[in-house]
Ligand binder design. Structure first.
Ligand code: ADP
Length: 495
């Protein structure tokens, strides 16, 4: 068994230049690689294999082969193996936390270690669900046995993003494997090595070929995976733009697809809200510790006009106390933006808000001054007031530590603004009045609504959006049954 390696720099070197196909680390057929950066310093820390359609063909062929045997194992046996994967990952939490911190810039203590831990937990959770892959009997007539059974779909193609790469990958592969499928993953360009390591670790337990992973450019490697004729289901998390491309590829082949796309999630703070709790909830909700790089980030906060000044002051004061620094440093609350392209994008939106005479941008916390972090992709958290809900900054997904705080007078006005968005992923409402909360729960157009709290996605809760935020749910028993199996109807004539 591989021993945990707590030196992420050494581990990144060790894993450099590989896919993982059919039980082994293997270079891209092109022989090409691309650099993996440490966004805290801008330095190259490793290389990733630059996959293309040839690697996709090899990975899918291996997955087709592995799936047949796997599907014929009793479901509980599959579940036990997947739960075993979770226990193995638990022994590597520190290692994986450090590696994802290095690649993504997410602080180890507040984010990266937490991700590694929930990654392990997801495998244990889904492993335990194996015996829920049940069918039903249907009263058709007295001379036949009529029933349904659940069968795996076959090879699942999973295309994943960089913000919570290992956990979002787990929400696809753990249920897919328990349900009897094999999986080929295309990792995100920014964070290939942590996902490669997960694959390498799990391949010590899983039959070879069952879980293969490729790295590479989206259109060059992800495109052929989505289009591959032997990929029977595509599960995608990423931007709306790419989601449309994936959906078209699935439509062409007529295969099912799950799409987890963007968000511009509202948080509503009513006049009777517990202010301290709401402020703390806003800080968690905007995901400042993840530099706001979350689809569910509370990027629009609607606060009753009677509270807004105090709310913003308290929020800014609390964010000011957060420590920005080296993601691998235990003191750090907030690390860096993931990539230069994303850094430029966030800056463009902040500058747009600054250039609007109506806007006030409160930049909080202090940029690190350490010499080795001078070229790091650090962006100060920004709390923006004065802009309306239809301003570009309040409307478009920024995926940065930026939130717009907007006043309202009436409940109806707040709900109207919250729903006035192309997205519908998550929403929260903060109030002491349960009847108002209950009404909002029904009226908010979102797939995930919380009252007086803002927790992150959990393995057992269905998660997914409406409108352009996506199609289908991930996590939970339902996701395993609905998205990774199909029902077969059987009639046995007893006459
Ligand atoms: P982001 O802008 O957040 O990186 P993307 O949607 O571009 O979001 O990326 C999410 C994932 O989709 C990544 O793994 C990326 O490589 C992949 N991807 C991007 N474009 C395509 C495409 N045309 N076909 C398949 N996968 C793609």
């Amino acid at each position: 068994m591989l021993k945990p390696n707590h030196d992420p720099f050494a581990l990144a070197q060790e894993l450099s230049g590989y896919h993982f196909i059919d039980g082994e680390l293997i270079a891209a057929q092109s022989g090409e690689t691309f650099p993996v950066l440490n966004p805290a310093t801008g330095q190259t820390v490793g290389q990733a294999a630059a996959g293309d359609s040839r690697d996709v063909d090899e990975a899918v062929a291996s997955a087709v082969h592995a799936q047949r045997d796997w599907a014929s194992k009793p479901a509980r046996e599959r579940g036990k193996i997947v739960a075993e994967c979770g226990r193995l990952l638990n022994e590597h939490v520190e290692e994986l936390g450090r590696l994802v911190a290095l690649e993504s810039g997410k602080a180890l203590r507040t984010e990266s270690r937490v991700e590694a831990s929930i990654l392990a937990d997801s495998f244990i959770y889904f492993g335990g669900l194996a015996s829920e892959l049940k069918g039903e009997t249907i009263p058709y007539n007295t001379t036949s046995l009529t029933m349904t059974i659940r069968e795996p779909v076959g090879v699942v193609g999973a295309i994943i993003p960089w913000n919570v790469p290992m956990y979002l990958m787990a929400l696809k592969i753990a249920p897919a494997l328990v349900a009897g499928n094999s999986v080929v993953v295309k990792s995100a360009e920014e964070t290939p090595l942590c996902c490669l390591r997960v694959c390498q670790l799990l391949n010590q337990i899983l039959p070879k070929g069952l879980f293969n992973i490729l790295s590479g450019d989206g259109p060059v490697c992800g495109g052929p995976l989505a289009e591959h004729p032997d990929v029977a289901k595509i599960s995608f998390t990423g931007s709306v733009e790419t989601g449309r491309i994936i959906h078209r590829a699935a439509a062409e082949k007529l295969v099912p697809v799950t799409l987890e796309l963007g968000g511009k999630s509202p948080m509503i703070v009513m006049s009777d809200a517990d202010l301290d709790r709401a402020v703390a909830g806003a800080i968690t909700g905007v995901r400042f510790t993840r530099q706001g790089q979350s689809c569910t980030a509370a990027s629009r906060i609607f606060v009753h006009s009677s509270l807004i000044d105090t709310f913003v002051d308290q929020m800014a004061e609390a964010v000011d106390k957060m420590v920005m620094g080296d993601p691998l440093d235990e003191e750090t609350d907030i690390g860096t933006i993931v990539s230069p392209a994303q850094f430029d994008r966030v800056k463009t939106y902040v500058n747009l808000a600054k250039s609007d005479p109506a806007g006030t941008v409160r930049e909080c916390a202090t940029l690190p001054t350490d010499e080795h972090l001078k070229t790091g992709l650090f962006v100060q958290p920004a709390i923006i007031t004065g802009l309306s809900n239809d301003h570009k900054v309040a409307k478009e997904e920024i995926f940065g530590p930026v939130t717009c705080v907007i006043p309202f007078e009436t409940y109806a006005e707040a709900i109207h603004m919250a729903n006035d968005s192309e997205y519908g992923l998550a929403a929260t409402i903060w109030t002491q009045d349960l009847s108002v909360a209950m009404r909002a729960v029904h009226e908010l157009e979102a797939g995930f609504v919380q009252v007086n709290q803002n927790v992150v996605v959990q393995p057992m809760l269905p998660y997914g959006g409406v409108k352009t935020s996506g199609i289908g749910k991930e996590a939970s028993l339902d996701s395993m049954l609905e998205h990774f199996t199909h029902r077969k109807t059987i009639i046995i004539n007893m006459n």
